[in-house]
Design a protein around this ligand. Structure first.
Ligand SMILES: Nc1ncnc2c1ncn2[C@@H]1O[C@H](COP(=O)(O)OP(=O)(O)O)[C@@H](O)[C@H]1O
Ligand SMILES: [Mg+2]
Length: 256
């Protein structure tokens, strides 16, 4: 299984990048595919045309609270990991035609939920074995990801924008990944739609990570997001989508 994580500051274009990568995976017939929204803002679902409530599904946070905190106690003979895993299969996992989707949600944010965190992580580790590709939209920070979702990923895509802060964000994210012992094969820089392309070599030089391309700024993407349309329905020749496909080609995920 390959796990791709998108991180970066708010508004840099992480969620739209994740949705467009999903579109490219789908068009290239790469499956099974799991999409994970680990952003408390929860806008990846909308960009994929999914409303969890409408389809009777809950976020992982809601399932955790319901299973371990509200219901409390223990079910004799069933481990916390098995309990949460079966709840995710039944009540958390959205199963679409070309991909599945889960959302982490916001309800349980901090506090020492050590047991739920560990149970969730073990459950997800087991559940995600069924997929070939997993895409995670994760601005929440790598320490949270590491603690709750996954300690091992293939690629981290750091989305840059035009601010100096996004360079700082990349440095900090890389340092935290090391500190929390997150395993990854590649740490890539992606120029967000507001990133000036001419800064790519400077960013590469300063950060020492590979710059894999820039997302084209495109009014149609903005329009789709604004109107709550699924980015999966963008025309195949959309320029922003083409730039995402170029990045996936550069990183070896698709051929053309
Ligand atoms: N390629 C693009 N071209 C133009 N606007 C974009 C593009 N990608 C995203 N946007 C706009 O930027 C805003 C933030 O994008 P989003 O993907 O939600 O960022 P993030 O997840 O990093 O917060 C949205 O309003 C979206 O419409
Ligand atoms: Mg987002």
């Amino acid at each position: 299984m390959k796990t791709l994580v998108t991180i970066g500051r708010g508004g840099t274009g992480k969620s739209s990048f994740t949705a467009l990568m999903a579109k490219a995976f789908i068009e290239a017939d790469k499956s099974p595919l799991l999409l994970v929204d680990a952003d408390p803002d929860q806008n990846l679902g909308e960009m994929l045309g999914i409303d969890l409530k409408d389809v009777g599904k809950s976020t992982l946070a809601d399932l955790i609270v319901d299973t371990f905190i509200q219901k409390g106690g223990t079910t004799v003979g069933v481990s916390p990991t098995d309990r949460i895993e079966s709840r995710i299969w039944a009540n958390g996992l959205y199963e679409g035609k070309n991909f599945d989707f889960i959302s982490v949600g916001t309800k349980w944010v901090e506090g020492c939920y050590c047991m739920p965190n560990a149970a969730l992580k073990a459950a997800l580790e087991h559940l995600t074995k069924n997929y070939e590709y997993m895409l995670i939209d994760s601005p929440a920070g790598l320490e949270h990801l590491n603690r709750r979702i996954a300690s091992k990923v293939t690629d981290i895509f750091e989305m840059l924008d035009h601010s100096k802060k996004s360079v700082e964000h990349a440095k900090r994210a890389f340092r935290i990944a090391k500190e929390v012992d997150m395993q990854f094969d590649n740490f890539y820089l992606v120029g967000g739609y507001r990133f000036p392309d001419e800064l790519s070599s400077k960013a590469e030089e300063e950060l020492k990570f590979k710059y894999v391309g820039k997302i084209v700024a495109d009014p149609q993407v903005d329009d789709y997001v604004l109107n709550g349309n699924s980015l999966l329905d963008l025309p195949s020749d959309n320029p922003a989508f083409a730039s995402v496909k170029a990045i996936m080609k550069a990183t070896g995920y698709i051929q053309q």
